[in-house]
Ligand binder design. Structure first.
Ligand SMILES: Nc1ncnc2c1ncn2[C@@H]1O[C@H](COP(=O)(O)OP(=O)(O)OP(=O)(O)O)[C@@H](O)[C@H]1O
Ligand SMILES: [Mg+2]
Length: 292
């Protein structure tokens, strides 16, 4: 019997760094010798661009709109280090459900037994946005992924989106849905930002997989159409992405997170607002936590 790939979904608020982080994880895992597929689940269909010198690929839903019967291979393109790149695509803007699009796209590959045929070790889903819309919970709900990681910064809206994701995971956990592996703390610049994320994961009973600094190397690499792993393999930032990939590779036990209730989240945010004022005025040293 052929092996089943480890299937991972990366979530996070819009623009938070999901595709950048996912592509660097894919690149690092492929450098470790694994056979990797990156599966973009965003109607923008730009998840895999930095694995392919900035170039876009036709999406599964585009192909299905063009003709009834699509051979899955028509939608699979190779990128850096032979990573298999797939974009689910989406319905025409304002029409239909993006979640159903994801199901259709995954089913096409599963029905044609592509994961087995390609002998994949990893399938990494890069999933748009917010689980407030049931469609985006599809990879969790349908048991498509086994482990979920969320990218967040220390910004409240990003943490709010992560907390919503935790609610979605909790909701479907009894029905065999995916569980949470941990949080990827992105765009860290100041120590207080990692303190905020640390405090959030402590309260929600989860963990930080990696602190990823905001880095100009990422910007330069992206402008050149590449991941940091490919464009700048000797950089500190590439080493950080490699460490994240190793931690994901070693990770096997995901869990149900404990999301904060809306009032708890509000109180938590307010206490941090006070702490930041105190840090700014020199009353409290940075990196001491909110202490609440
Ligand atoms: N650690 C970082 N350092 C510097 N720039 C970063 C970092 N992480 C992400 N970025 C930049 O932030 C921008 C948004 O990143 P990205 O496209 O990966 O986000 P996303 O969550 O996939 O967005 P969307 O929800 O639109 O798909 C990109 O220009 C990317 O280069
Ligand atoms: Mg993206």
């Amino acid at each position: 019997m052929s092996k089943q790939p480890k299937q991972i979904a990366i979530y996070g608020k819009g623009g938070i760094g999901k595709s950048t982080t996912t592509s660097n994880i894919s690149a690092a895992l492929s450098d470790m010798g694994y056979r990797v597929m990156q599966f973009g689940c965003d109607p923008k269909a730009d998840s895999t661009n930095t694995l392919r010198d900035g170039a876009s690929i036709p999406t599964i839903l585009d192909l299905l709109r063009e003709k009834k019967k699509v051979d899955a291979h028509e939608a699979i393109f190779t990128g850096y280090n032979n990573i298999y790149c797939v974009e689910a695509g989406g319905p025409a803007p304002g029409v239909g459900c993006a979640g159903r699009g994801i199901i259709t796209a995954v089913q096409l590959l599963k029905q044609q037994r592509v994961f087995e045929e390609l002998d994949l070790d990893y399938v990494i889903y890069d999933v748009l946005g917010d689980v407030v819309c049931g469609g985006f919970a599809v990879p969790i709900r349908e048991g498509i992924a086994q482990h979920v990681f969320t990218v967040t910064s220390a910004d409240f809206m990003a943490i709010y989106a992560a907390n919503n994701l935790f609610k979605g995971i909790q909701k479907y956990s009894n029905a065999g849905g995916a569980l949470l592996g941990g949080v990827i703390a992105n765009s860290m610049v100041h120590p207080y930002q990692s303190e905020i994320v640390d405090d959030f994961v402590r309260r929600t009973h989860t963990q930080v997989m990696q602190y990823v600094p905001r880095s100009i190397t990422v910007t330069q690499s992206e402008l050149g159409g590449k991941t940091t792993i490919e464009a700048s393999p000797q950089s500190t930032q590439a080493a950080i992405y490699r460490q994240l990939a190793r931690r994901i590779d070693e990770h096997h036990q995901s869990a149900v997170p404990h999301p904060l209730e809306p009032s708890e989240l509000r109180d938590w945010a307010a206490s941090w607002a006070d702490t930041l004022v105190a840090i700014e005025s020199g009353e409290v040293r940075e990196a001491v936590g909110a202490g609440i």
